[in-house]
Ligand binder design. Structure first.
Ligand code: FAD
Length: 384
């Protein structure tokens, strides 16, 4: 069956749901979100650790957080919908002296933009999270305004708001291609027929490159599996929900219910859509790193583990906005492991691009796809 819309959003994760809400609320007309799974938020968003932080190394990422974090913190009050949020900070513990220099420079940048980013001695870091191993650490950085929120709550919340604002959200609909005519987008093909629309938002997460290829756009976004392990209760569990990262290994944890949620990148990481749990990695890499960094974890039992997909770009920044030479296609892809926290502002920026022709709240022109052809990359080194 053939239908029409003013904007089609492909993908119902945190980014697509936020986009659908902000586009519909901006009065753009008929907004349709199409998600191929039977429910929303089952892609990267469903595997997410829920962290939000201001501690990035690039100015544009810090600016995106400065705009997005208040939208997370104020979500419940502004929209009257529940959202579980804790604001106990992020603590990065850094051993390597060269790496420490980049953390000091990043903290200076963050402070210059108004972020309360603090440099701590190892002893001060231990006061923030008792029990962690700070031996040999060059220092730590801490921002008390970083925190954790519920990815599913935010996605479902934006979906509810999108429906209330008049958007249609359809699950179980696979978009097979983005259709074009000449140098512009004309809609999408789905297994259930076509939807004509002058604007299509690619919010397909780790699958974004495959979708973009259907209209001839080469998107440098690769899926990289990342593991998460959740433990039961154990003696010495942190009282607060501070997200603690050992920068040298990328191991991180935060309190989750009666236990902790933890994760780490693998030395052998490579692109794949395989999200089966790699027991060898968990037992031989993640758990030893966990017990070394936070020895009380030796007494913890695992209650759940899973793997989800990061959506990596070569410079670890998202690809945001229109595509030169193909009018009507908007990209919101490649968040490189920190897209949940930026989803609120990204939805708003997409609505600004459609209504005003450019993003006004945050200047994201440096994040256009064309930066890769120009070789004008914007590097982010604080990828957790
Ligand atoms: C283990 C892990 C931990 C993470 N921790 C954090 C964190 O602490 N903080 C943070 O900010 N970020 C974190 N992230 C990253 C974050 O989860 C992602 O950046 C974010 O969820 C991306 O959202 P999205 O909506 O773009 O993608 P997704 O949530 O993947 O949504 C894309 C959707 O598109 C749908 N789709 C794809 N192709 C089609 C098609 N052809 N037709 C219809 N539908 C389609 C998919 O089914 C999917 O639902 C983490 C990720 C992982 C894997």
């Amino acid at each position: 069956m053939s239908r029409t819309a003013d904007v089609v959003v492909v993908g119902g994760g945190a980014v697509g749901a936020s986009a659908a809400y902000h586009l519909a609320a901006a009065g753009i007309g008929r907004v349709i979100l199409l998600e191929r799974e039977t429910s929303l938020g089952t892609g990267s968003t469903g595997a997410c650790a829920g962290g939000f932080r201001h501690q990035f190394s690039s100015e544009v990422n810090v600016r995106l957080s400065l705009a997005s974090v208040p939208m997370i913190l104020g979500f419940q009050k502004e929209h009257g919908l529940p959202l579980d949020v804790s604001q106990d900070g992020y603590l990065f513990v850094v051993r390597d002296p060269d790496s420490w220099k980049t953390f000091v420079a990043a903290a200076e940048l963050q402070r210059s933009l108004g972020v309360d980013a603090r440099l701590l001695t190892p002893e001060q870091a231990l006061e923030v999270v008792p029990g962690i191993d700070v031996e040999g650490a060059a220092g730590a950085t801490f921002c008390p305004h970083d925190g954790i929120a519920d990815p599913s709550g935010l996605t479902q919340g934006y979906a509810t708001l999108a429906r209330r604002a008049g958007a249609a959200i359809e699950t179980g609909v696979v978009v097979t291609a983005i259709r074009t005519g000449g140098d512009r987008v004309t809609g999408v093909s789905t297994a259930n027929g076509e939807v004509s629309a002058p604007v299509v938002v690619n919010a397909a997460g780790p699958w974004a490159a495959g979708l973009a290829a259907t209209c001839g756009v080469d998107l440098p976004v690769e899926p990289v599996p990342r593991h998460v392990v959740v433990t039961g209760p154990f003696p010495g569990i942190p009282v607060r929900r501070t997200l603690v990262i050992e920068a040298d290994t990328s191991f991180y944890f935060h309190r989750e219910g009666g236990g902790v949620l933890m994760g780490m990148g693998s030395r052998n990481e490579r692109p794949s859509f395989d999200t089966s749990v790699d027991r060898r990695f968990v037992e031989e890499e993640l758990l030893p790193a966990a017990v070394r960094f936070f020895p009380p974890l030796a007494a913890a039992g695992i209650v759940r583990s899973w793997a989800g997909l990061y959506e990596m770009t070569p410079d670890r920044h998202p690809i945001l906005g229109p595509v030169a030479g193909l009018e009507g296609l908007l990209l919101a892809n490649g968040f490189s492991g920190h897209g949940f926290q930026h989803a609120p502002i990204v939805g708003k920026l997409l609505a600004e691009i459609v209504t005003h022709g450019r993003a006004t709240t945050v200047d994201v022109s440096s994040l256009a796809l064309e930066r890769f052809a120009r070789g004008d990359l914007v590097r982010e080194v604080h990828v957790v």
